[in-house]
Design a protein around this ligand. Structure first.
Ligand code: NAD
Ligand code: UDP
Ligand code: UDP
Length: 315
């Protein structure tokens, strides 16, 4: 199969590209390199099954492929809040273009949706049936509401045109190829610990998140893409949950760092809890995330140590 991955130079996209190439597929990446890194796709450039184009998905794209993974969108709060109008355009106009492409070709299209569509949830864990608690005008809204409209478009293209869609609601994922500077909690804490800087905890650190290792996630994504007769959104994530303060302690322990925790103001609308109910993924795909946080963090720490030793992180 020949797959298009939008956002394929990013963290998840490059890990997905590697898996699809390993599985013997051809991969075409379309990315505008807003948050993606050339270094993430550099290992694939010598593979004749791999191609990439610099392209912004808010513009139409005419290519010939057998399936689309639509991942393009900045995912870290710092990055998606930097140019919020562009973030909404990427989610909404980008979705329309990828749906139009899938419709013209009569192919299946996968949408990387997010746990953020549940907002600051009033129930925990979150199942797919929960409609969420989202501020429509806050600083996270460009991402949350953009992703919600993208889901609406996917389901309306399915209902109106019979388009073959897959929608995954992805919960916090971490691992190699995360951008050390994109401000997400796992990369921030590891880089701070490795460079002896204070560990920046927003708020009192009692908010919880569930952390999925990227190798587990890309298996879940491809299983969902290849599963027949699924149209409902499917949560993908690890069901573990940790406070942010616990995560800081674990990173300090695993790196042997002397960094201290530093408490900073909590950003507006930061969700207090988040944990996936993954019963649907288990039933439909026989999938669950199995990598323990400690083991995934060790591999991620190794990755960032490698970047540091190559001088690609400036401490
Ligand atoms: P990332 O920022 O590392 O990757 C996003 C990629 O999209 C980058 O390569 C960026 O350059 C590209 N991009 C952004 N706007 C674009 C545009 N208009 N046209 C073309 N390319 C564009 O983020 P990620 O963590 O790899 O996330 C990938 C997808 O998964 C996103 O859609 C995100 O919303 C979703 N997701 C990620 C997580 C997570 O924990 N990593 C959780 C939920 C959902
Ligand atoms: N589109 C695209 N590539 C294609 C086909 C369509 O980028 O191969 C874009 C097209 O520019 C349009 C969007 O997808 O703006 C939605 O297409 P659709 O056919 O749903 O709508 P229409 O063309 O009727 O507006
Ligand atoms: N966070 C933190 N310190 C950081 C980065 C993030 O305490 O340096 C917190 C953030 O406030 C949130 C959680 O960690 O409560 C997860 O943040 P991230 O940006 O990784 O993802 P989110 O789940 O908020 O989209």
């Amino acid at each position: 199969m020949r797959y298009l991955i939008t956002g394929g130079a990013g963290f998840l996209g490059s890990n997905l590209a590697r898996k699809l190439l390993e599985d013997g597929h051809e991969v075409l990446v379309a990315d505008n390199f807003y948050t993606g890194q050339k270094s993430n796709i550099q290992p694939f450039l010598s593979n004749s099954n791999f191609e990439y184009i610099r392209h912004d998905i808010t513009f139409p794209l005419f290519v010939e492929v057998d399936g689309i993974y639509n991942l393009a969108c900045p995912a870290s709060p710092i990055q998606y809040q930097r140019f919020p109008v562009q973030t909404t355009k990427t989610s909404v106009i980008g979705a329309i273009n990828m749906l139009g492409l899938a419709k013209r070709l009569g192919i299946r299209v996968f949408q990387a949706s997010t746990s953020e569509i549940y907002g600051d949830p009033e129930i925990n864990p979150q199942a797919e049936s929960y409609w969420g608690n989202v501020n429509p005008i806050g600083i996270r809204s460009c991402y949350d509401e953009g992703k919600r409209v993208a889901e609406t478009l996917f389901f309306d293209y399915h209902r109106q045109y019979g388009l073959d869609i897959r929608v995954a609601r992805i919960f916090n994922t971490y691992g190699p190829n995360m951008d050390p500077n994109d401000g997400r909690v796992v990369s921030n804490f590891i880089v701070q610990a490795l460079t002896g800087k204070p560990i920046s905890i927003y708020g009192d650190g009692s908010q919880t998140r569930s952390f999925c290792y990227v190798d587990d996630l890309v298996v879940g994504i491809t299983k969902l893409m290849n599963c027949e007769n699924v149209t409902t959104p499917v949560n993908l994530g690890n069901t573990n949950f940790f406070t942010i303060s616990d995560l800081a302690d674990l990173v300090i322990f695993l790196t042997g760092s002397s960094s201290q925790k530093k408490f900073l103001p909590l950003p507006q609308d930061d969700p207090k809890v988040r944990q996936p109910d993954t019963a649907l993924a288990k039933n439909l795909l026989n999938w669950s995330a199995t990598t323990e946080l400690e083991s995934g963090l060790k591999k991620t720490i190794n990755y960032f140590e490698g970047l540091l030793s190559k001088g690609e992180i400036h401490g």
